[in-house]
Design a binder for this molecule. Structure first.
Ligand SMILES: C[S@@+](CC[C@H](N)C(=O)[O-])C[C@H]1O[C@@H](n2cnc3c(N)ncnc32)[C@H](O)[C@@H]1O
Length: 495
């Protein structure tokens, strides 16, 4: 597998993807952060990589699981074809919980955990991220699938955030359940460096405070460890602050520091890491950074598009080649996607044009703007904007006029109209009549102010026309990563 290995980003339901594409015992480490049963619709506030905020909102996915025909048939499959332990457990849970959203969520998780167990190598580990709403039920599922004896840790990720008064204690942690497939598993002990105070005490020869009930972690076999204290199961890692460059605006985005710990502890360079609910790609980005191979899966084109942007911004030319699987590769696939779900189609088309998704369709905000690209063509540090409009259905000249209006309103320099259908002659004429944007520093470059591109042209490699300065010459750039370098700053950027 390793010689011709390419990292993989799959669009689709992870159950099908794992069943159809991931072979038995091929993955070293799985991290999953499935949507909780929290009944929340996540709105995304998009932030540009240069820190300027767009007021765009997108409803990503409905984090609600309802009992339906699919849950019923999955339940039947687990009961009739699953192991006895899992079959017994899921029936007991149904008896206890009844038929409701929580049961639907657990059923959907159970069938996927079975696949994760199958694809994990005998030396592999799994880390399941959840919150206290469902962690106690999920732990039972993990016991049934991986075996209670393979439970290693319940990691508490403790963070700080604004609190609100309520008649209970403030909830300031998530749970990460760590299981292995067997007894012989990869584990690299992580050490937390001693504090200055500890080092001083060490120098003064005060080693055995343990006996007095003080600082027990300083002592191992009566001696201070050389490089630091073995990492414990309560991790103080800040939430990604709103101003951090790391933040992409995906509502459930996890800090890279959290994934760094997991990946360093439970894998080595060259190992394969899989995240079957990969969201905006935190696991993928950290795996790439730490020279691991990776497989990411997500059910929205929004996530896939964000990950593509994230990887290219962070690693540029150092990014190893990767495949995107499951997204339309030809015009027929594009037509099918447009028919099936217009939002998914738009997010996918924006990815094809290397653009960023912009607004909340459901709320109808920012009418006429589906995506945008910010670019630099001078040294003022102020980005220029390209506004993108995507159409999967019938197109008319009035849409080009509308795009011109939006361009003026938003003070954008270029408007791009992406269409599945061929544009009509009046549309092309209207676009041509808009003239050119000529960058001050690149007078030879005449970029049509309104550009019409068909999906077919984009699939054939045609590109938008605008100045593409390489990042070394841009003045405010995305946080770029050096492969393998430890990013100490990550933890410092927090509260
Ligand atoms: C909580 S988010 C993950 C966030 C991620 N850890 C990050 O740092 O960005 C859960 C993700 O799972 C995806 N998802 C939900 N159901 C899925 C399924 N059946 N197959 C694949 N992805 C799914 C959602 O689209 C969402 O992006």
């Amino acid at each position: 597998m390793s010689e011709e290995w390419k990292n993989k980003l799959y669009y689709g339901d992870n159950l099908n993807i794992m069943r159809e594409h991931v072979v038995d015992e091929s993955v070293d480490l799985i991290y999953l952060d499935p949507p909780f049963n929290s009944k929340a619709n996540y709105n995304v506030l998009f932030k540009e990589v240069n820190g300027s905020s767009s007021d765009a909102q997108i409803t990503v996915f409905e984090d609600t699981w309802h009992w339906n025909m699919e849950s019923e048939s999955t339940y039947n499959e687990i009961v009739t074809k699953g192991t006895k332990k899992l079959s017994d457990l899921i029936q007991a849970l149904r008896q206890f919980l009844g038929i409701n959203d929580m049961m639907a969520y657990l059923t959907m998780m159970a069938i996927r955990l079975v696949e994760m167990h199958r694809v994990l190598k005998p030396t592999g580990s799994i880390y399941l991220h959840c919150d206290p709403t469902a962690s106690h039920y999920i732990k039972l599922l993990l016991d049934a699938v991986f075996g209670g004896k393979n439970f290693r840790n319940e990691i508490v990720w403790h963070y700080r955030r604004w609190t609100a008064s309520s008649k209970k204690f403030q909830r300031l942690h998530d749970i990460v359940l760590f299981y292995t497939k067997g007894n012989d598993y990869t584990f690299n002990q992580l050490l937390t460096p001693y504090t200055e105070g500890s080092v001083k005490r060490k120098e003064q020869g005060i080693l055995n405070r343990f006996k007095r009930g003080e600082d027990p972690v300083l002592v191992s076999d009566g001696k201070l460890q050389a490089e630091g204290v073995p990492e414990n199961d309560v991790w103080q890692i800040p939430f990604i602050p709103p101003s951090a460059k790391e933040r992409l605006g995906y509502p459930t985005q996890k800090p890279e520091a959290l994934l760094e710990r997991i990946i360093k502890a439970s894998s080595n360079e060259g190992d394969i890491i899989m995240d079957p609910f990969c969201g905006c790609g935190t696991t993928i980005s950290v795996a790439e950074h730490l020279n691991r191979k990776w497989i990411g899966v997500d059910i929205t084109h929004l996530a896939i598009t964000l990950i593509r942007n994230r990887l290219h911004d962070a690693y540029e030319s150092e990014l190893l080649p990767y495949e995107v699987i499951g997204d339309p590769k030809d015009i027929h696939g594009a037509e099918a996607l447009a028919e099936q779900d217009k939002y998914q189609f738009e997010w996918w088309a924006l990815g094809l044009a290397d653009a960023r998704p912009a607004h909340d369709k459901k709320k109808g905000a920012d009418a006429g703007i589906d995506g945008y690209i910010n670019f630099f063509d001078d040294n003022t540090g102020k980005a220029k904007t390209i506004i993108i409009s995507v159409k999967g259905g019938h197109v008319t000249v009035s849409q080009i006029r509308d795009l011109k209006g939006v361009l003026e309103r938003e003070k954008a320099v270029i408007g791009v109209f992406i269409t599945l259908q061929e544009p009509t002659r009046p549309m092309k004429e209207e676009a041509a009549a808009s003239g050119f944007y000529i960058p001050e520093h690149f007078p030879k470059m005449k970029c049509p102010r309104i550009q019409i591109l068909t999906i077919e042209e984009l699939l054939n490699g045609k590109q938008l026309e605008y100045p593409r300065l390489n990042s070394e010459t841009t003045f405010k750039k995305a946080k770029r990563k050096q492969k393998g370098e430890v990013d100490e700053q990550m933890e410092l950027e927090g509260f």
